[in-house]
Design a protein around this ligand. Structure first.
Ligand SMILES: Cc1cc2nc3c(=O)[nH]c(=O)nc-3n(C[C@H](O)[C@H](O)[C@H](O)COP(=O)(O)O)c2cc1C
Length: 183
């Protein structure tokens, strides 16, 4: 990050559906981000091919090149994801796998990262969030383990998360603390 410029946070969303509540959490994160912090939402995870070493290299798919380019330009990363069957949605795991290569030289290497999100279960998807932290940390970023937010969607009463003051405050706190980790 050059002095005086905004902190750029790459945002990855683990749900592809249009009405995704996690997508609404991304919207909220953008709204509550403190001054000087810009969220760069890479909304193309559905376009990434399944990870395959045979197609990774200099002529890799354009969508992968775009993901790696925005990751290289970012100062930090924020994952926002639901839980699928007690774990990480495949589309998110696939993105993490693409970002983990070149091995030892990820575009996110050493950059601070945090994982948040929500799900309809009573624990708000905490298994997926824990697994995303584990996997992302192995892939290269410096995952900040104590930046956590797992929202049980029933608590939102069907409303946009921006209408829940606690969720908005917690998310603002995560984004601010993540940005503060940028050296
Ligand atoms: C394939 C699938 C698996 C799911 N597994 C879980 C689960 O393990 N835990 C949970 O709390 N919710 C689970 N759900 C429900 C999700 O929490 C719910 O669909 C949520 O709204 C998904 O997030 P989104 O609104 O951002 O798409 C699952 C949903 C789908 C479609």
């Amino acid at each position: 990050m050059s002095e005086g410029s905004d902190v750029k946070v790459l945002v990855l969303l683990g749900s592809l559906r249009r009405e995704s509540v996690n997508r609404q959490l991304v919207e909220l994160a953008t709204e509550v981000a403190p001054p000087g912090v810009t969220l760069e939402f890479f909304d193309r995870l559905g376009e990434l091919p399944h990870y395959n070493e045979d197609i990774d290299g200099d002529d890799v798919a354009e969508s992968v090149q775009a993901l790696r380019a925005v990751a290289a330009d970012a100062d930090a990363a924020l994952v926002v994801t639901p839980e699928y069957n007690g774990s990480i949605p495949g589309v998110l795991k696939n993105a993490i796998d693409w970002l983990s290569r070149p091995f030892g030289n990820s575009a996110l290497k050493g950059k601070p990262a945090a994982v948040v999100g929500g799900a309809y279960g009573q624990y708000g998807g905490v298994w997926a969030h824990d697994e995303a932290r584990k996997s992302f940390a192995i892939a290269g970023p410096r995952v900040i383990e104590d930046l956590k937010l797992s929202v049980p969607f029933k608590a939102l009463d069907g409303k946009h998360p921006r209408e829940n003051a606690d969720v908005a405050a917690d998310l603002r706190d995560v984004v601010a603390k993540l940005a503060a980790e940028v050296g």
